[in-house]
Write a protein that binds this ligand. Structure first.
Ligand SMILES: Nc1ncnc2c1ncn2[C@@H]1O[C@H](COP(=O)(O)OP(=O)(O)OP(=O)(O)O)[C@@H](O)[C@H]1O
Ligand SMILES: [Mg+2]
Length: 260
């Protein structure tokens, strides 16, 4: 980034504990300190169960923190959630799509909640359905769609409200190679041309290298590394991000480098 943009997400010692019965608990987020600036594409990495979805759910107000704090667009998530929800959108990891509605209706219905005028909403829906390649299927009920097609509807739906911050929990999982490229290009453009902030999770490290300005690696609820992909490779003297990632999360260290 050419100049320092404002911080739009900030967490301090953010902790989320799930109680599972009397004696067992899961520390899904363990004292996470994180800052993300406007216009960044930030990738959250981590193995299954590392805490990625939990972090996103806390930041959009679907879960309350157990300890610590989280601020989005300057508001505390436990107090200013209405303000935040008007300005951010979420592509959830699991469903959230309305099966009985058509692709187009999914977008219109969602945008309607945000009070976007009908004319404007129709324009945006036309544009987004075109971009994700579903214009010819816009009047079909989503229940007949494949998994990847549903993800595309959800990507378009998340964008129809033109949010300042877009959280995408595995946007390209199950989407074919061409579709994933379309989604990535769209996200890049939103970040570079419109200064939208994008936080995404993915298990595809090539996607991260191509798309993300910075990444955060979560392991067992702890944020164990953050930085530009190239910085992390350099810091750990690794050949690529995959080497950094596997070295850190297996605890074996990164070849040639050292773990912090
Ligand atoms: N609603 C919940 N109730 C109880 N435990 C939960 C809940 N949500 C998540 N967890 C637990 O918190 C931990 C973190 O889960 P989370 O879904 O955040 O992982 P993730 O990094 O998104 O994994 P994945 O890559 O599989 O999507 C896991 O141990 C999970 O079992
Ligand atoms: Mg998840």
């Amino acid at each position: 980034m050419a100049f320092e943009e404002e911080v739009v997400i900030k967490t301090d010692g953010l902790t989320k504990i799930f109680e599972k019965g009397k004696k067992r608990q899961v520390i899904a987020l363990n004292r996470v300190d994180l800052e993300i600036r406007r216009g960044e594409v930030f990738g959250l990495l981590g193995t299954n169960g590392a805490g990625k979805t939990t972090l996103i759910r806390v930041l959009v107000g679907l879960l309350t923190p157990t300890e610590g704090s989280a601020y989005v667009l300057g508001k505390d998530v436990t107090e200013g959630i209405d303000y935040i929800r008007d300005r951010v959108s979420l592509l959830p990891q699991e469903a959230g799509i309305y099966d009985r509605l058509t692709a187009r209706e999914n977008l219109i219905y969602y945008g309607g909640f945000y009070g976007i005028p009908e004319d404007e909403l129709n324009k945006r829906a036309d544009h987004l359905l075109e971009i994700v390649g579903l214009k010819d299927k816009e009047h079909y009920q989503v229940k007949g769609f494949s998994g990847g097609m549903k993800r595309k509807v959800l990507v378009a739906r998340a964008l129809v409200i033109e949010p300042e911050i877009i959280f995408l929990d595995e946007p390209t999982t199950g989407v074919d190679t061409l579709g994933a490229r379309v989604v990535r290009n769209l996200l890049k453009k939103l970040s570079s041309e419109q200064r939208r902030t994008i936080i995404l999770t993915t298990h595809d490290l090539n996607e991260v290298s191509e798309l993300c300005d910075r990444v955060g690696i979560l392991n067992d609820g702890k944020l164990i590394a953050t930085g530009k992909p190239s910085q992390l490779e350099e810091k750990f003297r690794a050949a690529n991000l995959e080497e950094v990632f596997t070295g850190l999360v297996t605890g074996e260290g990164v070849y040639g480098g050292s773990t912090p």
